[in-house]
Structure formats: structure tokens, C-alpha cells
Design a protein around this ligand. Sequence first.
Ligand code: KG4
Ligand code: ZN
Length: 356
Amino acid sequence: MSAFVLGIEGPSNKTSLVLGTKGPSNEMSLVLGIETSCDETSAAVVANGRRVLSNVISSQINTHRPYGGVVPEIAARKHLECISYVVEEALSSAGVALQDLHGVAVTNGPGLPGALLTGLPYAKALALAQGLPLVGVHHIHGHICANYLADPAPQPPFVCLVVSGGHTHLVQVEDHLTCRVLGRTRDDAAGEAFDKTGRALGLPYPGGPHIDALAKEGDPHIIPFPRAKLPDTLDFSFSGLKSAVLLHMQKHGTGNTADIAASFQQAVVDVLVANTLAACRQTGLSQVVLAGGVAANGGLRTAFAHTCKAEGFQLFMPPPVLCTDNAAMVAAAGFFALQAGHTSGWDLNAFPSMDL
Ligand code: KG4
Ligand code: ZN
């Protein structure tokens, strides 16, 4: 085992590591993460919730693209086809054997039911067969924990903006396990607004990265799209913005799509930045942390960098590959849960809707 440069002493100290018993500081805890909540089949091996030894992501985007969105039944079938290969690849590229692992973490919600129900039983069977502890991970908590894999990593407490295809949450992260929701979207998620606007502009699915690229060529201030500010709350609303883009296109035609993309993106970014700063002022916290697929957006990252610098806040954002769905974030979240002594039973179920 030492040949893998992982510094593992041997299997005898496995359980104590996972359960968080204090031990020598060079002890290493290896968690296998599995993520199948939507359209990425992913498996990863992470050491001590911090160091990514492998992070294999098999994306189904090309399969779903002709349909303009994720087809749940196809997603589930694709996960089934890929999961064994993805897990094998994650172990072999980490240089780790099954018996080297100390725990298995798996996303058990929220997500597509059929998709969750591929990774979850796979993780259960693997953990049971290997005699490893299993822990279920909330997908949004996984996104937040992607930040602990980056350098430098934030130390709780901090304010985290989680922006993905299915979720838009402003969260106060109290410690590695506990979060308090400060605000959330009342309708569309930010990523959903990107994807729907992308479709209206005739861009391929998912629209987010394509709008990001197109926006670089447009004027972000030329079309005054609305910025929804809901009174006395840190909640968001994006459905009006999406309708405003459609209305603009009905009235003026698609015209310069780069200007529409840039102006739409700016409207989303302005609202996300404004509410996040308001959350910092409300909580008195000065670390701003980004997470989720939309956190890969160039305009969003630049805007947060400028604003946080001007306001004296410290900004953390994972590299783009750890913003979108991946299993390394799940392994990181699982590590902290296992370290605190939390394990899931073999009756762990999938929850397509699951509060944070
Ligand atoms: O976190 P994620 O991979 O999956 C969910 O948990 O939903 O996020 C996917 C979302 C999609 O809506 C996608 O369009 C968006 O993240 N996204 C982006 C960018 N990259 C991914 N949105 C804007 N700009 C990007 N560069
Ligand atoms: Zn996600």
C-alpha cells in the first residue's frame, strides 16, 4: 500500500480513522464518493476530505442534447451502464484498491429518482461487501464541500452561494456539517434560467456554458433586463427575467444574440452578488464562498472577485471542474460526516426532494 504514496499504515487502523478517533497526524482516511443524481456518473477517491486522488466524471450531456434537456429514464439507464467502469477507473487512477478504502459516500438526494437509485444501491452493495461504513450525502452539501478541496480552502463559518441547475440557495455554513438557509429561489434556479434562455437563443443544451462564452462578445449593459429584488428577504426570483428575455426577442427579434446573452448574464450576476453581500452584512461574516455549476460562470467569478475586493471580503471559489457535478465533492462531504461518527443504515433511501 505504501507504494501508492498515500501514507497509509495498514488496514488495521481503518475504522478508527473513519470514526474520527484521534490518531497519529499522518493517518489517512480514504473515502470513495459516488454521484449519480442527474446526468453525470462520477466516482472519486478523496484523502482526508481534502486531497483529490481521482475524480472520474462520465457526462451524459451529448446523449441528452438532442432532447434539449435531461431525459430521466435515459439518465438512469446510462448511469447503470457506466457506474462499474467509472468506479473502477476512480480506484485505479487513484492507485487504490477496494480494501484500502475507509468509507463510501453517496448522493442520496435531491435529484432524479431513477438516477439516484442507480448510485445508491451500487454504493450500498460495495460498502456492505467490503465491510465499510456508508454515508448518504445531500447533493447541495456536496457542492458546498467542493470548496474544502480547493487551495486555499475556507474555514467555517462563511456565507455560501450555491447556484446550480436545480438549486439556488444562500447558506450560512456553521461548520463542516451544519448549514442554515438564508435565502433560496422562489421559482427557477439560476442554472435553469441560463438553460431556458440558452434554448430561446438557439444554443445547445445546457445553455449555461454557451451563454457564458457568447456573453464575452456582447455588451452586458445594452438591454436593461429586470433585476428582481424581493423586499425583506434574501430570496431570489428568476422567472420574470426569463420572460423578459422572451418578450424582448418577440419584440426585437434575436438581433445580436451576444448582447442578449451578455445583458441576461449581467442581470443574473447582479442579483446573485447583491443578495450575497446582503447576507454577509446580515450575518457579519466576511468569507464569501461560491458553489454549484453556475459558479463556473466567468462573468459571475469576475464580478464576485471585484466586489469582494472592494468590500474587503475574502472570496473562495472551487475550480470550474469542481463546481459542476462530481463525486469528489461527495467524498469530501462524506469524510466530514464519517469523521463525526455519522453513518447511514443499509435502509438508506433516495429522496428526490430533500431540504437542506
Ligand atoms: O451543479 P450542476 O452541475 O448540476 C446541478 O446540480 O444542477 O449545475 C449544472 C448547471 C446547468 O444549469 C448549467 O447550465 C450550469 O450549471 N452551468 C453554467 C456554466 N457551467 C455550468 N452556467 C453558467 N455559466 C457556466 N459556465
Ligand atoms: Zn449539482
